[in-house]
Design a protein around this ligand. Structure first.
Ligand SMILES: Nc1ncnc2c1ncn2[C@@H]1O[C@H](COP(=O)(O)OP(=O)(O)OP(=O)(O)O)[C@@H](O)[C@H]1O
Ligand SMILES: O=C(O)[C@H](O)[C@@H](O)[C@H](O)[C@H](O)CO
Length: 185
């Protein structure tokens, strides 16, 4: 007997600079939509965490192995919600090599609000002083990239609802419609 085809689900990447709410919104979105949440922070090699903890911004070369790990996780096909800064278009292009259908939700806000948010939280390794380099590195989504921009001034539950509504209203993504007997993983 043929084995049932495996259907892949569209992954969602919460992107944006440090303090924009990727982990907070991502966790809540995953809970609301019954999906797995993956924090990209947990996929950084130890050297990257040490560098950031020392207040040194990561380079493209530092980020490459980390982005590959994030990409491999996106490619699993289980529709995971993944928090990953994805600051440059080239980084997103790399992630799309693993998951062409990925939806990027950019959490965007003013420097002032980001500073407030960073001041009000404790992070394992990320110092507030890296905000300038994060903002300088950020290349917002281009109009030809699949995704949307969401305002971090909104409450977390509103952001979750807005992202879900944007996904529901979006163009259908050709990732294979489930049929009877398919295994959804
Ligand atoms: N929409 C929101 N409204 C109010 N507070 C928020 C909102 N989003 C996030 N926060 C708070 O802002 C702080 C930063 O959020 P969070 O740690 O999720 O950001 P992040 O983008 O994952 O940061 P990093 O990339 O540095 O890990 C947290 O204290 C969080 O509770
Ligand atoms: O690309 C980067 O510079 C890093 O991913 C950072 O964004 C941090 O990992 C994150 O902000 C802390 O969670």
């Amino acid at each position: 007997m043929d084995s049932a085809p495996v259907v892949t689900l569209q992954p969602i990447v919460l992107m944006g600079v440090s303090g924009s709410g990727k982990s907070t919104v991502g966790e809540r979105l995953a809970a609301a939509s019954g999906r797995v949440f993956i924090d990209g922070d947990d996929l950084h090699p130890a050297e990257n965490k040490e560098k950031m903890a020392a207040g040194i911004p990561l380079t493209d070369d530092d980020r490459l192995p980390w982005l590959r790990r994030v990409g491999e996780r996106l490619a699993v096909g289980d529709g995971a919600i993944v928090a990953c800064s994805s600051l440059k278009r080239a980084y997103r292009e790399l992630l799309r090599e693993y998951a062409p259908e990925a939806y990027f939700a950019l959490l965007s806000g003013t420097r002032e609000l980001l500073e407030q948010r960073l001041a009000g939280r404790h992070h394992e390794y990320m110092p507030t002083t890296l905000l300038d380099s994060q903002l300088a590195t950020l290349e917002p989504l281009d109009s030809d990239e699949r995704g949307g921009v969401f305002d971090i001034a909104r409450p977390v539950d509103d952001l979750v609802a807005e992202i879900r509504a944007a996904l529901a209203a979006g163009e259908p993504v050709d990732i294979g419609a489930p049929a009877e007997g398919d295994i959804i993983c």
